[in-house]
Design a protein around this ligand. Structure first.
Ligand code: ATP
Ligand code: MG
Length: 539
């Protein structure tokens, strides 16, 4: 491609709405333009990158035995009502009606459509296994579209779905996809980690996330430095520290006016935050529950959700805290609470702890949970931290990493095939629900994640495998010999099937080199008048 003819509008200024590097550079280097919040047009350069990512994905999916299809983006509501998600999916689902008033949604994911396809055409164990995938634009009306392509509303996804006769056969499909994903992200030139992930409301089955490591990532990961255990922090198992014990004295109420935070209370008593019991009031499906953990720990809400069996969980408002505890927020404690109380395992057996008194401006000392409070269950609800002992090998320790989730593999089981009656006849002639897996990759998110991981102050540094061009030729100065040498090299590389960008614009050398730095083509050939005389090019 010749830059003089290309639609490649580079910008000097940082776009006003962009904070992260990938968003800034995708716009500045002329790869995409914003149409509306979280919705973008891809320009030629950006589209080339997406094509390269897709080519790797297609290659590996086909190699793993998956077959490409294309499903519609407009999905009739009936299918989503059948699976129960029309109600459950919430406002992320973009709903609309056709001229006759029939309801539709724009597909955010395609379990319903693929199940509908398969249940009509595959009937026997002889038809299975099947693995079908598509590459398509999805729409999710995200509450907070952010960081350009990292969390868009319309974005391109590869989604695959496997159908098997049994759990063990589905596990084999799952392992096949897992291996294909490892190859995809390696080939794309990305540093990534596979981590164990939350299985959400579906529960019980396996789930792994493929995370591109980057400081700007939304996800927090823990990885053991001694074995290969790694997990999303939401899912990470934790080892409980030995219970803290001090002199087993009586409960005492102490006035602590205005001391609300853990740090304020710890300082007031001259104790470590670990001596405090942190009492958080949550609303679990509308009902207040108290969750206790050590003062120096954070609560893992995903673990709490599972523990109390809630589908919706959020921290109580100040008013709800007062209603549940009778005190202002900041003075909640486990003693005498009338709502269900759950405690982190580390609090089991502790004595001489400090907790809120459920009375504004008072705390209790000498708290011994076993004696003073009614704890429904002790369970691991604290968040994993750097330095934690690894629960798997029990030798290594956790390090904390940040990641961008670019892929997700999920053993679904019969979550969709059962309610939607996607069944087959087994060898004995009995009807069985198919066992499913689903496997997503965020293609536009990969483009952004690659930039987050590979850039400097001046611009993008593309991994070769997904770069929009392999080589950029930059001829410096208005010199006929330089221009003809650049043309000659351009023609020769093209003839060899190499993707080349030729900067043949009538621009100052400084401007050309700045743009080259911004666009980030991995190999750059610079041709200058003086070096050319000496028979040299700069690569
Ligand atoms: P997240 O936790 O980031 O919202 P998710 O669990 O909703 O992701 P999945 O439903 O598993 O995501 O979707 C499969 C893949 O699609 C994700 O791994 C991610 O790469 C991509 N993806 C999901 N939501 C978005 C989005 N809003 N913008 C860009 N890519 C996305
Ligand atoms: Mg999401």
């Amino acid at each position: 491609m010749r830059l003089s003819r290309a639609f490649l509008p580079t910008l000097k200024e940082v776009p006003a709405d962009a904070q992260v590097a990938s968003h800034i550079f995708l716009v500045r280097a002329g790869l995409m333009r914003r149409l509306a919040a979280g919705i973008y047009t891809f320009l030629p350069l950006g589209w080339r990158v997406l094509h390269n990512i897709e080519a790797i994905i297609r290659d590996e999916m086909n190699r793993a035995g998956a077959q490409e299809v294309l499903m519609p983006a407009a999905i009739p509501a009936e299918l989503w009502q059948e699976s129960g998600r029309w109600e459950k999916y919430g406002p992320e689902l973009l709903r609309f009606s056709d001229r006759k008033g029939a309801k539709f949604c724009f597909g955010p994911t395609h379990e319903e459509v693929i199940v509908d396809l398969v249940r009509h055409d595959l009937k026997s164990y002889r038809d299975l296994p099947q693995n079908l995938y598509q590459i398509q634009s999805k729409f999710r009306d995200e509450m907070r579209p952010r960081a350009g392509l990292l969390r868009g509303r319309e974005f391109i996804m590869k989604d695959a779905y496997s159908f098997d006769v049994s759990v063990s056969a589905a596990e084999a499909s799952y392992r096949g996809m897992y291996a294909a994903y490892e190859r995809i992200f390696s080939r794309a030139g990305l540093a990534f980690r596979v981590v164990e992930a939350d299985t959400g409301a579906i529960g019980g089955s396996q789930s792994h996330e493929f995370q591109v490591l980057a400081e700007s990532g939304e996800d927090t990961l823990v990885a053991c430095d001694g074995c290969d255990y790694a997990a999303n922090v939401e899912q990470a198992e934790v080892v409980a520290a030995a219970p803290l014990k001090s002199a087993d004295g009586p409960l005492e109420k102490v006035a602590t006016p205005g001391k609300k935070t853990i740090d304020e209370v710890a300082a007031f008593f001259g104790e470590e935050p670990a001596r405090l019991i942190k009492t958080l009031i949550y609303m679990a499906d509308g009902k207040a529950v108290a969750i206790l953990c050590r003062g120096d720990r954070a609560v893992n809400e995903v673990a709490v959700k599972k523990l109390v069996g809630a589908t919706e969980l959020y921290l109580a408002t100040d008013a709800q805290v007062t209603e549940a505890t009778g005190a202002a927020s900041g003075f909640a404690g486990p003693v005498g609470l009338a709502i269900p109380v759950y405690a982190d395992r580390e609090l089991e057996g502790t004595t001489g702890m400090i907790a809120g008194a459920n009375e504004t401006d008072f705390h209790l000392t000498g708290v011994k949970l076993a004696r003073d409070a009614e704890v429904l269950a002790y369970a691991p609800v604290r968040m994993a931290e750097a330095g934690d002992l690894c629960p798997r090998c029990e030798k290594g320790h956790f390090e904390v990493l940040r990641g961008i989730e670019v892929g997700h593999v999920f053993l679904l089981g019969t979550r969709y095939s059962e309610p939607m009656k996607c069944t087959f006849l087994d060898e004995e002639g009995a009807q069985q629900p198919m066992v499913m897996g689903c496997y997503g990759i965020g293609i536009t998110r990969i483009m952004a994640a690659a930039i987050e991981q590979n850039h400097d102050d001046d611009g993008i540094i593309w991994p070769l495998a997904i770069a929009p061009f392999a080589v950029e030729i930059v001829g410096l100065g208005a010199d006929a010999e330089v221009a003809s040498a650049a043309e000659e090299l351009y023609a020769e590389l093209l003839a060899r099937g190499i993707e080349v960008l030729l900067d043949d614009r009538d621009e100052r050398p400084g401007a050309k080199l700045k743009d080259a730095d911004l666009i980030g083509i991995p190999l750059r050939v610079v041709i200058g008048k003086r070096s050319l005389k000496e028979g040299q090019l700069e690569v």
